[in-house]
Design a protein. Sequence first.
Length: 404
Amino acid sequence: MGREKKPDRPARRGRRTLLLGIPAVVLVLSIALLTASGLRMKRENNAPPLAAIAPTPVPAAAATPEVPDARRLQLKAFSSAGDLYIVLVDPEAETLPEADFGFTVVAPDGTLTSYPADADGRLYLTQMDPGLYTVRLDAVGAYTALPAAIEVLPAPTAPVYESAGWQEHDGLTYYADRSGKAATGLRQIDGKMYYFNLYGVKAAKLGIDVSYHNKGINWPAVAAQGIDFAIIRVGYRGWETGLLWEDNRFAQNLRGAKAAGIDVGVYVYSTAVNPIEAREEADLVIGMLDGMELEYPVYFDTEQSGDYPLGRADRLCKPYRAQIINAFCERVREAGYTPGVYSGLNYLKNHVAHSVYAPYTTWLANYTRYNRLPDFPYDYDMWQFTDRGLVNGIRGIVDMNVIY
């Protein structure tokens, strides 16, 4: 989220560059695989990668050498639209041990290729030939992992239209460029911004989320760019001290966005460690809104601190975190507002039970490559797809979100 840089706050999340008007890798799924979508993003529209399963025996060439007394890690592989995504995780810890991990990938024809892993134990390969691949962890010291097999399916073929411009099919909207291919990614068309997913489908709504960090916003210019909504920070609780602060640009941003005709929701960054603190955060929001109507929910921003595991809420157990989320959201509901929960994909998958946030609006953060939809197993209502957006009227970068 857009939070100012103060000593008692999480560092901003790692960034991935997303430039306006970049030539998109145009991949459009067959219309038969797409269903009309409204506010709620359904899992069937997300085209999630295949699970990391071994449908056939692992080739002998991919066998991982036995390492006596080795610590067992987990190697997972996923595939979508002709790419291969490999993840190494430690089931006993939040982060991987420090080591120079690498992977060997066995292609369908038996060819072996070695790759170094990223610092977080990940590898992303694109434009792969279809077929069954097997991935193994190269032996590193006292660590080992079972190999994983994954079927890579062919990338979908982009349709070509007879003319450029807007296209409508089965209630879904596309835009064809001069060559007739469907656009993907964040694009400017006739002076306004639009977002098209991996399959070329235009998002129904495009929005931003802002805080004190985004200073001096020219809201009429933002509206003129085609921004439909803004989620504005009300306040935050320090991840170390636990002090609760108001965002001193909240009132200015709220008035400016509404005056420009932009729909508004709000959020509070929480590090509450008990239900009492969660209700205190909800009361801060309710008091600062002072009866103001909102078009979008009041979101509870829950995530790990920028200095894990030293953040005061970093090591809460799932049952207690559930009580905290419920206390905030129900207090918001009692005040007549719609409650919601914001967090990153990994956090929502591994640190909060789905049953906890399912009753509320879900705002998912996941910065994917090549405009891929998140690999998330549940429904979500809004997707924060980048924190590197560039929008007229805002100096510097800004978080951007879409609703399908």
